[in-house]
Ligand binder design. Structure first.
Ligand SMILES: Nc1ncnc2c1ncn2[C@@H]1O[C@H](COP(=O)(O)OP(=O)(O)OP(=O)(O)O)[C@@H](O)[C@H]1O
Ligand SMILES: [Mg+2]
Length: 371
């Protein structure tokens, strides 16, 4: 899968920009604040319909302008397509091949994008919430309906917690909430279990490569219902419902829901030690890279296409050995790499690289390898 071209109109500090991309490496080079991340943000927008930096769409519209437009031509092994996003002060429209979509899940999966930013290097060190977000985003991308299940689950969880906080707790209504929470929850538990099993294998291999076989990475699903490989949607339904029922008194006292998917996490071990507790900074960062990059192989396994990889500002955070390992191991994917350091140009094979030099919302020059 690859992005062939990009058109931006009134997108952050760009007036009107048209770029044709290399099918391998695209290096966006420029000093701080010039507009490198703005470009990759717009690519992300084509994949997910929103920014990864803000939830307020109107912040993205160029100052003193009314509307923005992002359009991108992409190719997969079997087809070509066009995705367009238009945002006005109070409206937003997304088109896939010139047809307006109604729901965001109709967009997801057309272009698969994996984005790696400096925060991802802290994925292992951060709290469980960040890892849950990581899991949710990845599964949604492979399976758009997961996003719908999760949205429903969260809505019911919110209502259940509201009810628990009210003066009079209607137990019949609580029963109804429990039923639907468990109904959506059991699907999500199974999907998360299967997803984590897959990325555990892939990230173990990746980690093996990145550490020259010295470290063995093991990732497992941390959840409160002891879900196992034999569990089915039906058995998880029962387990989860039992857990909620037996804890109801406690939930009513504390006025919140103690058990459920919203407490899930990953156990991350290197050579049998919990890397969150005992790992060095370097080990935590490498484990984060292995975990995060496992998405690439996973998406390829699931959809039969490698995703587009965006590395925003991560390059300067890695030592040269890791930079090389990363680039060498990922030569099959189309990459967009932002960097402020011109020296990084030398890491890449010139024949497969296009360099875009960026200054104040303009691409001032393009150095082309063979496209
Ligand atoms: N809505 C907007 N309209 C106009 N300009 C904007 C808007 N939003 C952000 N900018 C400008 O975009 C620039 C930041 O761009 P961007 O984040 O892409 O920089 P960068 O090249 O990635 O920098 P760094 O190397 O520091 O990450 C800033 O100069 C900012 O003022
Ligand atoms: Mg940036």
């Amino acid at each position: 899968m690859r992005l062939n071209s990009l058109q931006l109109v009134n997108y952050r500090n760009y007036d009107n920009l048209h770029l044709e991309f290399n099918k391998k490496v695209n290096l966006l080079v420029g000093r701080n604040g010039q507009g490198k991340t703005n470009i990759v943000e717009s690519i992300y927008m084509l994949a997910f319909g929103k920014s990864f930096r803000t939830s307020k769409d109107k912040e993205i519209i160029k100052f003193n302008s009314e509307n923005l437009y992002v359009g991108g031509n992409f190719s997969t092994q079997h087809t070509n397509g066009l995705i367009e996003v238009a945002i006005g002060k109070n409206k937003k429209g997304i088109k896939v091949n010139k047809i307006h979509i109604q729901k965001i899940h109709e967009l997801l999966g057309n272009i698969n994008v994996v984005i790696f930013s400096p925060e991802d290097l802290r994925l292992v060190k951060e709290g469980p919430k960040e890892r849950r977000l990581f899991i949710d985003k990845e599964i949604s991308q492979i399976m758009p309906k997961y996003y719908n299940y999760l949205t429903s689950y969260n809505k019911i969880l919110f209502q259940r917690n509201q009810l628990l906080k009210s003066k009079y707790i209607d137990k019949a209504l609580l029963d109804v909430y429990d039923e639907s929470l468990v109904q959506y929850g059991s699907y999500i538990y199974i999907l998360r279990r299967d997803f984590i099993k897959k990325i555990a294998i892939i990230s173990k291999n990746m980690h093996d490569k990145l550490t020259d076989g010295i470290e063995e990475l093991s990732i497992t699903y941390k959840n409160q219902i002891n879900i196992n490989d034999e569990d089915t949607v039906a058995s998880v339904y029962n387990k989860f419902l039992d857990k909620l029922s037996s804890n109801r008194e406690h939930d009513m006292e504390t006025r919140t829901t103690k058990y459920g998917l919203h407490k899930d996490d990953l156990n991350i071990f290197i050579n049998d030690l919990d890397v969150r507790l005992y790992g060095s900074q370097g080990q935590q960062r490498t484990a984060s890279i292995s975990l995060k990059l496992s998405e690439i192989e996973l998406i390829n396994n699931e959809v039969g296409e490698y995703p587009i990889l965006i590395l925003d500002d991560v390059f300067s955070e890695l030592d040269e050995t890791r930079q090389k390992l990363l680039v060498d191991n990922l030569s099959v994917v189309q990459m967009f790499i932002t960097t402020a350091e011109v020296s990084h140009k030398n890491i890449f094979d010139k024949a497969n690289t296009t360099i875009f030099n960026i200054k104040q919302g303009s691409v001032i020059s393009i150095e082309n390898g063979g496209i």
